[in-house]
Design a protein around this ligand. Structure first.
Ligand code: NAP
Ligand code: MG
Length: 500
């Protein structure tokens, strides 16, 4: 704990934080054209934090026009990649310098524990941006095997104006996943953060300006999804729309694109991911510690949350006992107290949704092993981490994404049954499997219909590995890794006649 300040010190920092609350367009913070604002709250206390500019269509038009002009000017898109890299790395340096401040800001706006922000969200966002910044001047095109008399060059060019519409569960990390490759390729970018968690993105825009990212390269537009998100989705002069959020809203972006300019749409969507213990795996203590992260990390407000824990029927009791013991180490409470691993739900709406699922789980015959209630911590929106047992395979808590601290235990009669259960979902974002057998690990990993499979750990991979879903979990491209750059670039063939 020595690397942390005290809770009181974080509280003092929080009380004195200064951060922008207006939209960021053309290098300046500006009010929404309508003059409207909305309140963002601290969900751990229920108190209003700030009034934020509530943008609409007029602001979207202005931001797109500035982004297009900036792109066409070449000030960023045609800057030498090494220069772009240097500016981008300066932004990473500034984020590092302001890490504690950003972590506190993220905590008070979202309810996430400060220790998570300091140990995971902030370092991973900075490393992600660094990785893509470094990539700026390390990409090569290719030549085609077109014979001696022709030369086919296959090159990539920045797409142009990119819009990113983001969720609230990992506000800064999601910015990192999209902004990293988009900026590194030379695009101009417009970010629409989730309404309940837009403060850290606005502060990041301020740091980007300080780092020397030219004005007009990055804009941030807070405001309602139904206005700002839809206006971006339908805009005739946006080239790429990269979305992370729910499957329902994701579908709309395909429609918006089809009804406007056929902009490229990339969707990272929801999940209902399985955590599978195969018959041969008996290190229950280790599996249980991983299951805690898989199910409850970020209060289960995680697209890869493993909310279906599949164990051999004969091992259920032993595993459950280890699971409950491991979970008892996860303290919940004030997100600014570094002892706490679990904070509050992000919003009252999400709190109600999750409590509704818990009630439904009980009504459909599920037995609560632990949790199942709101936690009375001040006036915050806290929910106890909840494990359901005795659930039917078609119970609502088994089929639908909950996006909260609720997981269900399912039993399998064999490894084949476990695989069938794991794949019995409309989603395909992630899966964890535990086995002592390398052969089984490979066989199971290739049979699981999911974009990421982690073996003997719960993991989403790292900055070098692409991330995205099968089935209703994704569409059109990947975040992270080299592959993420594909969505922000156009591929061009230049075919040269050498025979003249
Ligand atoms: P959401 O309701 O789909 O919202 C995501 C974003 O879309 C927000 O910025 C939202 O704006 C905006 N939006 C809402 N309605 C819109 C509309 N009609 N048109 C255009 N934009 C609209 O999702 P969420 O509740 O924020 O996030 C939770 C979901 O994200 C979960 O399903 C989770 O699995 C998924 N997720 C996936 C990944 C991944 O990488 N696969 C990562 C994180 C989360 P407002 O904030 O103003 O409503
Ligand atoms: Mg908030």
């Amino acid at each position: 704990m020595s690397q942390f300040l005290t809770c009181q010190e974080y509280e003092n920092l929080a009380a004195n934080l200064k951060y922008p609350t207006q939209a960021f367009i053309g290098g300046k913070f500006v009010s929404a054209a309508s003059g409207k604002t909305f309140a963002t709250i601290n969900p751990a206390t229920g108190k209003d934090l700030a009034q934020v500019a509530s943008c609409g269509k007029e602001d979207v038009d202005k931001a797109v026009s500035v982004a297009r002009k900036t792109f066409d000017s070449g000030v960023w898109s045609k800057m030498h990649p090494t220069e772009r890299k240097k500016i981008f790395l300066r932004l990473c340096g500034l984020m590092e310098k302001h890490m504690v401040e950003l972590a506190v800001l993220e905590s008070i706006d979202s309810g996430k524990p400060i220790r998570e922000n300091l140990c995971t969200d902030l370092p991973e966002t900075i490393e992600c941006l660094e990785w893509h910044a470094e990539f700026s001047d390390k990409q090569y095109g290719s030549t085609s095997p077109s014979g001696n008399l022709k030369r086919g060059l296959i090159v990539r060019e920045p797409s142009g104006v990119v819009a990113c519409v983001l969720p609230w569960n990992f506000p800064l990390q999601m910015v990192g996943w999209k902004l990293g490759p988009a900026l590194s390729e030379g695009n101009s970018v417009i970010i629409k953060p989730a309404s309940v968690t837009c403060l850290s993105t606005l502060r990041l825009a301020e740091l980007a300006a300080e780092a020397g990212v030219p004005e007009g390269v990055l804009q941030v537009l807070p405001g309602p999804g139904g206005l700002v998100g839809e206006a971006l989705g339908r805009h005739m002069d946006i080239d790429v729309l990269s979305f992370t959020g729910s499957t329902d809203v994701g579908r709309r972006f395909l429609q918006y694109s089809a009804e406007s300019n056929l902009k490229r749409v990339v969707l990272e969507l929801g999940g209902k991911s399985p955590f599978v213990l195969l018959e041969d795996f008996t290190d229950f203590e280790f599996a249980a510690s991983q299951a805690c992260s898989a199910a409850f990390w970020n209060m289960g407000e995680n697209c890869t949350a493993n909310s279906r824990i599949i164990v051999p029927a004969s091992k259920k009791e032993a595993f459950l006992s280890a699971f409950v013991t491991a979970l008892s180490q996860w303290r919940m409470g004030n997100p600014l107290d570094p002892a706490n691993a679990l904070g509050s739900m992000v919003s009252e709406q999400q709190f109600k949704t999750v409590m509704g699922y818990i009630e439904k789980g009980k009504a459909e015959g599920g037995r609560i092993v632990t949790g199942g209630k709101a936690a009375p911590i001040g006036s915050g929106l806290f929910i106890e981490p909840t494990i359901f047992d005795n659930v039917k395979r078609d119970a609502t808590v088994v089929r639908e994404e909950i996006f909260g601290p609720v997981t269900a235990i399912l039993t399998a009669t064999s490894d084949e049954d476990a695989l069938a259960l794991a794949n019995d979902t409309c989603y395909g974002l992630h899966g964890s499997i535990f086995t002592e057998s390398l052969t089984k690990a490979h066989a199971f990993a290739s049979e699981l219909k999911a974009g990421t499979v982690s073996v003997n750990c719960f993991s989403e991979g790292d900055n070098t590995t692409p991330f995205g879903g099968y089935k209703l979990s994704g569409f059109g491209g990947k975040d992270k890794g080299r592959e993420s750059h594909d969505q922000y670039t156009e591929q061009k063939t230049i075919f040269i006649n050498l025979d003249r």
